[in-house]
Design a protein around this ligand. Structure first.
Ligand code: SAH
Length: 350
């Protein structure tokens, strides 16, 4: 069975061609999936401008499958909603819906689990289960829009998983949600975060020059970074920063560097100064994230005051930096806290 949510408009056109249908039919169906149905994917029966025979044919060969909401936790502090979604095969992924002044934003997962092994992150605890399809990533947005009845205008691919370890499906996902006939989410409102898979950075810059790129840096020297992030052994800092500089020059887009502050590990004065020296002169911005605690991990977070000092040290050397405002603190919805839940299968069986 084809899940129609997995298809980009041109792929749906191919499918319609196989069914002997004109091209505009694909656009009609595509609109039904995303727009006219208003609150996400509709039932085939709702597609009243599609001939009944075609609707029947479609329902024989395809589904409109959305991730199922198994659990929602709402923050009492800021209204952030954390979803646990069940996928068709029993896997589960988490997403976080956030309200900002500029609109609603969602943090989506790109893989069930993760194989990058960063030592402070919850997403990688059980390893990688599998890649999500383009439709499973897009479906997190549709399901959340349906649930809240509100439009989502901004998307960050910062949930569980490494998006550049699932590049083809990530690309399909971006094209689906960017399509004016689909969710029409502007390229500039999409941010993809990577732990630093270097060859993909160049490709991403070519394929999606308008999408924001964030790099998880977290350390300013190779030995510390390799300890925290095994990916650094394959793609060390010099190579990573070279690719980032090239990306910034080519796209004229500012790269965001995420830097999780871990007490006594990467938050000293020397760390700040070394980081500033690495990034000085580059079109970039540093987003400091005081570590969010993960119960299986022993790391401690940097105090607010120390984070502020770290920020000032970067700024003093001309490197723009901000401290990320964390939403959903009371529901473990913050960076690095999203995980594959062992509970999923049980919840789905209920
Ligand atoms: N795999 C991608 C996407 C995940 S984004 C990446 O690495 O960029 C999630 C961000 O939260 C990453 O910057 C990640 O390093 C960071 N993070 C992971 N664990 C964290 C924790 N415990 N506290 C704060 N940030 C964390």
């Amino acid at each position: 069975m084809i899940n129609l949510i997995d298809l980009q408009l041109n792929e749906l056109e191919e499918l319609m061609k196989e069914l002997g249908q004109p091209k505009f039919r694909a656009a009609q169906v595509f609109s039904w999936l995303y727009k006219e149905a208003g609150k996400g994917a509709a039932d085939f029966n709702d597609m009243t401008n599609i001939p009944k025979t075609i609707r029947e044919k479609l329902s024989e060969i395809s589904t409109i499958g959305l991730p199922e909401i198994l659990k929602v936790q709402e923050s009492k502090l800021d209204g952030t909603r954390k979803y646990l979604f069940g996928l068709a095969d029993g896997n589960g992924v988490e997403s976080v819906f956030m309200r900002y002044k500029f609109g609603n934003s969602i943090c989506v997962s790109s893989q069930a689990g993760c194989r990058m092994g960063c030592s402070f992150c919850a997403s990688t605890l059980g390893g990688l289960e599998r890649n999500l399809t383009a439709g499973e990533i897009a479906g997190q947005i549709l399901s959340a829009e349906r649930d809240t009845g509100e439009r989502i205008s901004h998307v960050v691919v910062m949930g569980s998983g490494e998006p550049f370890d699932n590049y083809e499906n990530l690309s399909g996902f971006i094209r689906i949600i960017n399509d004016p006939k689909g969710l029409n989410i502007g390229m500039r409102n999409i941010t993809v975060s990577t732990c630093g898979i270097v060859p993909m950075i160049e490709r991403f810059g070519e394929d999606f020059p308008q999408v924001n790129l964030a790099i998880s840096l977290h350390a300013s020297d190779d030995s510390r970074r390799s300890e925290l992030m095994p990916v650094n052994r394959k793609y060390p800092l010099a190579e990573l920063l070279k690719a980032c500089k090239k990306y910034a020059e080519k796209t004229s887009r500012r790269v965001t560097f995420e830097y999780t502050l871990v007490k006594g590990v990467n938050d000293s004065r020397e760390d700040a100064e070394r980081l500033a020296a690495l990034l000085c002169g580059m079109l970039c911005h540093v987003n400091l994230i005081p570590l969010n605690t993960v119960k299986e991990r022993k790391f401690e977070t940097t105090s607010r005051e120390a984070a502020q000092k770290f920020r000032e040290r970067l700024e003093a050397k001309g490197v723009p930096a901000t401290i990320r405002r964390e939403l959903g603190d009371d529901i473990d919805a913050a960076c690095g806290q999203l995980r594959r839940s062992a509970m999923v299968q049980n919840l789905m069986d209920q």
